[in-house]
Design a protein around this ligand. Structure first.
Ligand SMILES: C[S@@+](CC[C@H](N)C(=O)[O-])C[C@H]1O[C@@H](n2cnc3c(N)ncnc32)[C@H](O)[C@@H]1O
Length: 419
């Protein structure tokens, strides 16, 4: 009996959660790519906010709108202040002591129950069931102001633009003198839904979103996959919503940054539901991050198929995917020409001066890594060390070559509210 209690207790700390790795909601891409990209772009903003709060001897209050099973808690608490040196401990931007409370709100009672179970061990978390369709709920309005009004993974795409504007206007009214709003939509021009690009940009466009990717490929045609409408958006459309919210509330909303998340590996790259030309990239990228599993690197190459009439987008995607391809091919060449006795790569391909700077940087880094550790005979250095670094390098290309306009699966907007 005591044993059962001990295991149950351990489970409740959350430490016994199984990370799903190659499949599922919390696959490697979600944890090591998507969450990390969000985390990186929040870093400077959170750091400044926390500094101000500390100076005023106050703690940080967070609300996560459309929190699902409370995933925003781990994401926000995982944001670090910097990339640590090799002998430093990472410092979190929001340390547990500086957090006063994380409140999650969602319309779905099942997800709220799951959130409550998952976070049951944590007295600083609290969850509310509520519908945001008409703006912040009366329960939220009755709460003390929050410092961070957060949302993630496409939550705002559930709303029409006038509803989003109302929620944001309510946030502005509810917020203290200084707060942050993080809005998360689906990008309008992701390659994974190239078939939908033609819908006029002067009209709100909702795609019929299928969560088909949760089923293994062979089952997808046999199950009836439920679908629901989700708004696809550009940065310009998002700014229009922000302008409406500012006008309604009379509060200034300052844009801080816009981030395209998952240009390379949106969930629907693998299904081909909205673009049959997409390569199935999520599986290979999950494999890059998985220990003791080698990836066939050629499966990461993208043969971008342009859509006539979209020159600007075609040029961007061509440049982006060609840069990713160049890195993958370069890595393949380094691995195949590596001499483990001399610990050197024979004749590494040249890094051309006209390559985009981030590409030059990741290529030079892959060369140093492979020459530095390629000779280690134990622990499968290729699967366990070199391939994850290729994954992080592709992620770096995505972060540094992007315009932040709605060309990825997700479009994140970070805003400062000042009264
Ligand atoms: C794409 S999921 C994101 C979930 C979670 N934030 C995450 O990071 O995985 C969108 C969430 O918004 C919630 N949602 C949809 N419509 C809503 C509404 N009208 N009011 C409140 N939450 C809503 C859904 O139940 C779902 O949990």
């Amino acid at each position: 009996m005591a044993e059962k209690t001990a295991y149950t207790q351990a489970f409740r700390t959350g430490k016994y959660e199984k990370a799903s790795g190659l499949l599922g909601k919390y696959d490697n891409v979600r944890r090591f790519w998507e969450d990390q990209v969000t985390s990186y772009c929040l870093r400077p903003v959170l750091q400044q906010l926390v500094d101000h709060k500390r100076q005023r001897l106050e703690r940080v209050r967070i609300i996560d709108l459309g929190c699902g099973s409370g995933d925003g808690y781990d994401l926000l608490m995982g944001v670090t202040t910097k990339d640590p040196g090799i002998f430093e401990w990472i410092t979190a931007a929001i340390t547990p002591d500086i957090l006063q409370e994380y409140v999650g709100l969602d319309i779905n009672p099942d997800l709220i129950k799951q959130a409550e179970e998952y976070h049951a061990y944590n007295p600083k978390t609290r969850f509310l069931i509520g519908d945001l369709s008409n703006g912040l709920t009366p329960e939220v309005k009755a709460e003390k102001p929050f410092d961070i009004y957060f949302s993630s993974f496409g939550t705002f795409s559930h709303f029409h633009d006038h509803q989003s504007a109302k929620i944001i206007a309510d946030i502005c009214r509810h917020a203290p003198a200084e707060a942050i709003f993080v809005g998360d939509w689906l990008g309008r021009y992701s390659y994974e839904w190239q078939d939908l690009w033609h819908h006029p940009v002067d009209q709100e466009y909702f795609m019929d979103y299928r969560i088909s990717y949760i089923y293994p490929e062979e089952q997808r045609s046999q199950v009836e996959v439920a679908s629901f409408p989700l708004r696809l958006i550009t940065k310009d459309e998002l700014m229009h919503i922000i302008a409406q919210a500012a006008e309604q509330s009379g509060v200034a909303i300052k844009p801080l940054s816009f981030v395209d998340r998952s240009i390379f590996i949106g969930r629907h790259m693998d299904t081909g539901d909205y673009n049959a030309n997409c390569p199935k990239l999520r599986g290979p990228v999950n494999s890059l991050f998985e220990s003791y599993l080698r990836t066939e690197l050629e499966s990461l190459l993208v043969d971008y198929v342009p859509r006539p009439g979209f020159d600007y987008l075609n040029n961007f995607f061509e440049m982006f995917f060609m840069s990713c391809n160049a890195l993958v091919k370069y890595t393949i060449a380094l691995l195949s020409n590596y001499d483990s006795n001399r610990r050197k790569v024979d004749d590494p391909p040249p890094i051309m001066p006209f390559y985009p700077e981030p590409l030059k940087e990741v290529m030079a880094t892959m060369l140093s890594i492979i020459e530095g550790i390629g000779w280690v005979p134990w622990g499968d250095v290729r699967a366990n060390l070199i391939e994850p670094m290729l994954g992080y390098s592709l992620r770096k290309l995505e972060m540094e070559l992007q315009p932040g306009t709605g060309v990825g699966h997700g479009l994140i907007g970070i805003f400062e509210i000042r009264k």
